[in-house]
Design a protein around this ligand. Structure first.
Ligand code: DON
Length: 311
């Protein structure tokens, strides 16, 4: 495995030039300050062995990767009937922040929990007295999944999105009108912007990945953190919708359940084998880490990780 550690370093250095073909997210002003050349990875197998390469100390905002966490939380809180009574299970083929199908499809429900509309509706279901109690429930789950003592947000990114996230505001108010969301919409948006600005490292993402890869059970303590069926639902959404309107291409080229964020992170879980975290803030035109996707493609090929290959 010494060889594999060396190979991982080589893959990162080989693929770093791809960062120049992408661009950091600019629509959230604070994210445009990210260094586009960053590339890093952590991989943890189910025995706890860790392999890392590249910019592994870099803390980044998880953005849409938080959608996986809030979906797990609401499914545990309220069950499938309630959650999927409001949010569908189908991919959209549209960009992550699209509004079009909310109006053209009847009923006006978001198609899945991985697009912004669906994730905002999921966040509206999180239980708790107020925003701070609800947010603490999200960070508690992340602490259980990662073993971190403290989970912090990037305050500037949070404020930046709160001030400029008019499109998300439009999605939320539309869903209020359709009664997909009830209650205080501004509170729901505030919680959504907070969850998006949570800061993690690639090793933290890899730890979350191992729990998903291990059917919701901690590979360290054996504790069930997420019930097996919910872990399965989440991994399935990661395959069908996790990379947005690149999910089909990613399933063919990589074949691993994965969820991206516009901060450049990718959380991946290879069932029964690996948890993987990747960071590369330069994005492709669909909003996924451009070099990060390349790295996962090479790893999938060399380690035979696609779920859709046998033998
Ligand atoms: O709501 C937004 O637009 C961002 N906070 C998160 C979007 C995102 O990460 C899409 N990912 N590729």
């Amino acid at each position: 495995m010494q060889n594999f550690q060396q190979r991982l370093i080589q893959i990162i250095e080989e693929k770093r030039s791809w960062t120049q073909r992408g661009q950091v997210a600019k629509y959230i002003p604070e994210l445009s300050k990210a260094n586009p050349n960053i590339l890093g990875i952590a991989m943890i197998d189910l025995t706890g062995q860790i392999f890392t390469a590249g910019d592994i100390d870099y803390e980044f905002t998880i953005q849409s990767i938080s959608k996986v966490i809030t979906l797990a939380l609401t499914l545990m809180d309220s069950g499938e009937e309630v959650v999927f009574g409001k949010i569908g299970k189908e991919p959209t083929g549209d960009p992550f922040n699209s509004i079009i199908k909310l109006e053209t499809l009847r009923p006006g429900r978001p198609l899945n929990p991985m697009i912004n509309a669906g994730a905002i509706a999921v966040t509206s279901l999180i239980q708790g007295r107020d925003v701070s109690e609800r947010f603490a429930r999200i960070t508690n789950l992340i602490q259980k999944l990662t073993g971190k003592e403290e989970v912090r947000i990037d305050h500037s990114v949070y404020l930046s999105e709160k001030q400029t996230g008019h499109r998300n505001r439009a999605l939320a108010y539309f869903m209020l009108n359709e009664q997909v969301i009830n209650g205080d919409v501004e509170d729901v948006l505030d919680l959504y912007f907070r969850q998006c600005s949570i800061m993690l490292t690639v090793a933290d993402l890899a730890r979350i990945g191992t729990v998903l890869a291990n059917n919701g059970r901690s590979n360290e303590t054996g504790e069930v953190i997420i019930p097996g069926r919910i872990a399965r639902i989440i991994k399935t959404f990661m395959v069908t919708c996790g990379m947005y309107n690149s999910s089909g291409e990613f399933a063919i080229d990589v074949g691993i359940p994965a969820k991206s964020g516009v901060g450049g992170g990718i959380l991946a879980a290879v069932p029964g084998k690996w948890g993987i975290g990747v960071i590369g803030p330069a994005l492709d035109e669909k909003g996924n880490s451009i070099a990060g996707s390349q790295v996962l493609q090479v790893l999938s090929r060399e380690l035979n990780l696609s779920m859709f290959t046998s033998g």
